[in-house]
Ligand binder design. Structure first.
Ligand SMILES: [Zn+2]
Length: 224
């Protein structure tokens, strides 16, 4: 069984549309493209957005829509699909990262070779190099089972993709492949569940806002 059919949480349509339009920053693009290697549904959605986008471009240029252009677009998309599915099967099994995986550019030796830095007991992080408004916009977080991240909201948007393990919060239950696409409306305190540490890939576009004293005390150490 792959993770594909078990995914319950996906990016918002607006986020996928922005990704298809190339409008996301690097950190969020890495998170979304990693989700796409696992999710047929979102891969199809992005392809549709791309098709709509290229059709709009043709309309702007007042060039009549050429059927062979659309055929060749779908032919190209089909080829990409096959290549990505080979990756997704492997990723769903153990998230080993081959050269074509979007995360492989940043984690050449894979998830098991990561040098984690403990923030507080039970929570460790690894900053992934990515361009953004400040260092640390893309990070991996490892949360031990039973550990809860203090209640917080987000200054702007946060994308969290679960790579291993699981967590539960006010939004729902998240497991491997699930993606939380959160904005500043959501107040949550994720609790790592199950037997193995929960490893998440997180892109933040603005600092988190912790609602508790413990959270605010943790913030300088986490750098979130
Ligand atoms: Zn999806």
């Amino acid at each position: 069984m792959t993770a594909l059919s078990s995914i319950r949480h996906h990016p918002k349509s607006l986020t996928l549309a922005a990704f298809a339009a190339g409008a996301l920053d690097e950190a969020r693009s890495v998170v979304i493209s990693t989700h796409l290697t696992l999710c047929d549904e979102c891969r199809r959605a992005v392809r549709d957005f791309e098709a709509v986008g290229s059709a709009s471009l043709e309309a702007i240029d007042a060039v009549p829509m050429n059927e062979s252009a659309l055929d060749s677009f779908w032919a190209r998309a089909g080829r990409q699909d096959r290549a990505t599915e080979a990756t997704s099967r492997m990723a769903a099994n153990d998230f080993s990262l081959d050269r074509t995986h979007p995360l492989a550019i940043h984690l050449r030796d894979g998830i098991d070779a990561i040098e984690w830095r403990q923030i507080v007991p039970g929570v460790a992080q690894h900053i992934v190099p990515a361009e953004g408004y400040r260092p640390g916009v893309l990070r991996l977080l490892k949360i031990s089972p039973g550990m809860r991240i203090p209640m917080h909201t987000h200054g702007d948007e946060e994308l969290t993709l679960i790579l291993r393990g699981a967590y539960t919060d006010e939004v729902g239950d998240f497991a491997r492949g699930d993606l939380a696409d959160l904005d500043d409306e959501v107040l949550h305190a994720p609790l790592a569940t199950g037997d193995e540490p929960c490893i998440c890939l997180i892109a933040t576009s603005a600092p988190l806002r912790f609602r508790t004293i413990v959270g605010r005390l943790m913030q300088p150490f986490i750098g979130l």
